[in-house]
Design a binder for this molecule. Structure first.
Ligand code: C5P
Length: 244
């Protein structure tokens, strides 16, 4: 298993107060990390310029905008976002109207659309508070199926739901999993967490890691530790060639 292949599966969430701090972290991580997520925190602090810079450095960019609005607005927002040469863009996957509007806005651009199913910090009690009687895993699956039917490229879900999503969709549907933690570490505000190797083994294509890397004393060593776990999971999933 080459390191490039493991690297492709790790997305570091740049949830930092300023673009300056994010740039410093990107420079510290150097060649260890090739894929970054820019989200809402940085959006209002120079995040789009940072996304352009990351592209110029040859990094891949996941723009985590979690769009949700009337169809017309979502369609136009997605169409404008496709100008940014990003790899992934997120839209809340609550209903087919929103999802189809996003697909229409994406047009023939190469940007891949990912539907946010149920945020990984939400538990069954939180969903009940919103008026939903679904268990998180069931609502995730329902929304993943809506996204698949609408022509989305994939979903954001916790690693705990990856296997069911993979079984209900197809081999090319992308499963991107936040809420990733190493065994025994703090979960912060996340509810539905999983280790990186378990998430990859369950069918996740990419794991998104924020605070365990961005707030580590040695972010590069932390990223390397995540890559090590990903590499192990990928090695386990390789067919045992030559034995049959
Ligand atoms: O710091 P941590 O590893 O918990 O960060 C997880 C990242 O994934 C955050 O940027 C958060 O916005 C994002 N995310 C999530 N749950 C989702 C979708 C995105 O935690 N369902």
């Amino acid at each position: 298993m080459t390191d490039a292949s493991a690297k492709d599966h790790l997305i570091v969430a740049l949830d930092m107060p300023t673009a300056e701090e994010a740039r410093r972290l990107v420079s510290t991580l150097g060649d260890t990390v090739s894929f970054y997520k820019v989200g809402l925190e940085l959006l209002f602090a120079g995040g789009l310029d940072l996304a352009r810079d990351l592209r110029r450095q040859g990094k891949r960019v996941f723009l985590d905008m979690k769009l949700l609005d009337i169809g017309n607005t979502v369609e136009r927002a997605v169409a404008n976002a496709t100008e940014l040469d990003i790899t992934f863009l997120t839209v809340h996957g609550h209903d087919s109207k929103t999802l189809k509007a996003a697909v229409s806005g994406r047009g023939d651009s190469r940007v891949k659309l990912l539907a946010v199913t149920v945020l990984t910090n939400l538990s069954a009690d939180d969903l009940a508070e919103q008026g939903s009687s679904f268990a998180p895993a069931d609502l995730v699956l329902k929304r993943a199926q809506l996204a698949y039917a609408a022509g989305f490229d994939g979903v954001i879900a916790s690693g705990q739901e990856a296997a069911r999503i993979r079984a209900a969709t197809g081999p090319n549907f992308l499963i991107v999993t936040p809420g990733i933690r190493l065994p025994g570490s703090t979960t912060d505000d996340q509810e539905r967490v999983m280790t990186p190797d378990h998430a990859i083994s369950a069918g996740a294509n990419h794991v998104v890691v924020g605070r365990p890397i961005t707030q580590a004393d040695d972010p590069k060593a932390a990223a390397e530790m995540f890559l090590h776990h990903i590499r192990e999971a990928l090695a386990r999933s390789l067919p045992a060639s030559g034995l049959h």
